[in-house]
Design a binder for this molecule. Structure first.
Ligand SMILES: [Zn+2]
Ligand SMILES: [Zn+2]
Length: 348
């Protein structure tokens, strides 16, 4: 991975309020910009990209636009705002077609053109799935799996898999196409996930975090779900009582122990029976986690082989864009620097 160019950000004088998000469609050269005051401003870029012509404004939200998505096939502009509203507008007439109130401010927005499902990830950690019609929508389901707010969403329309990144440092892969309700957690960051991108041709997920880490996940690998944590009043290995188990403590005159859980088998174990750590890449744990002693012995070196590669972008990434045709990744950071990376050595 090599850096190609560095650009510093500049302000745009066209806009009535600070820009909060944007969406660019290369085919129509349409640039939709969400603003701090709730407006979406639309521009058409000239062929040489040297001129921007204002087209129209949508009064989409009461306050800051948080996410924006232009769907060329349906001529829809989808957006979410600080006002906790999801809205969609007709990009031809500029008319508002409908809206939906989300449980919290949205910070992830993806759309499946084929089935017209929209995925909205919000600050409560929930992902809401709506089916959109021309002028109304119905709630399909909600996904709850994160312990922190959703910060990014990414949809793979081919495998029909949704990836959600969160401030809880994890990415969850929701396998919708598999129809088995599988949700796999990917643990490879030390700080909150800021952006996700998917390279369809190589089946690699790119996740970027506040820690500056860029992790490239091989999604061809068959991963397993993490087990449910088992409940027990005593260690499921050595049978010593946990500290709340007063009866057994009294009967056997033993001191109660703290309960831990083995990440591989889910058993409730004491600290002594789970003193070792291991990475379990096939369960999404790229970092070392607590495992019980018997699981530690059972995990082979082959199973410990990483299924992701780790890179340091050396800035706090807030936004990424991946250009699959050239294999370039654009990252912009809180340091006001935009970096362009040649990903071809690692995404191939
Ligand atoms: Zn034990
Ligand atoms: Zn175990």
């Amino acid at each position: 991975m090599r850096i190609i160019v560095l650009l510093t950000s500049s302000t745009c004088s066209f806009l009535s309020a600070p820009c909060s998000c944007m969406s660019f469609n290369p085919e129509t050269r349409r640039l939709s910009i969400g603003l701090d005051n709730g407006t979406i401003s639309e521009f058409i870029l000239s062929e040489d990209y040297n001129k921007m012509t204002p087209v129209k404004n949508y009064q989409a939200h009461q306050s800051r636009v948080t996410m924006i998505l232009f769907v060329l096939e349906l001529e829809w502009v989808l957006s979410t705002g600080q006002d906790k509203q999801f809205a969609w507008h007709c990009s031809e007439s500029g008319q508002r077609l409908g809206g939906y109130r989300t449980s919290a401010v949205a910070s992830g927005l993806q759309f499946d053109v084929e089935t017209r499902h929209v995925f909205i990830g919000d600050h409560s950690g929930q992902v809401t799935i709506l089916k959109l019609e021309q002028e109304n929508c119905t709630l399909v389901t909600t996904f709850r799996g994160h312990t922190g707010g959703v910060t990014a969403l990414c949809w793979d329309p081919v495998q029909r898999v949704l990836f959600s990144g969160s401030s809880d440092h994890s990415v969850i892969m929701w396998d919708i196409g598999g129809r088995k309700g599988t949700a796999i957690e990917l643990q490879g960051h030390n700080d909150k996930i800021q952006a996700l991108s998917y390279a369809q041709h190589t089946r690699q997920l790119i996740s970027c975090g506040s820690d500056g880490g860029i992790v490239i996940w091989n999604m061809d690998v068959e991963r397993q779900e993490t087990p449910e944590w088992l409940d027990s009043d005593s260690c499921q290995k050595c049978d010593q009582p946990f500290f709340w188990n007063f009866k057994q403590m009294w009967d056997s005159r033993k001191i109660g122990l703290r309960q831990h859980h083995c990440r591989k088998c889910g058993k409730a174990v004491c600290g002594k029976c789970s003193s070792k750590r291991s990475s379990i890449p096939l369960m999404g744990f790229e970092f070392e986690v607590r495992v019980c002693d018997s699981c530690h012995e059972a995990i082979t070196d082959e199973e410990r082989a990483p299924t992701a590669t780790f890179h340091d972008s050396k800035h706090n990434i807030v936004h990424v864009h991946f250009d699959a045709t050239r294999g370039w990744l654009l990252t912009s950071g809180t340091d006001k620097v935009i970096k362009l990376w040649d990903m071809t050595p690692v995404v191939s």
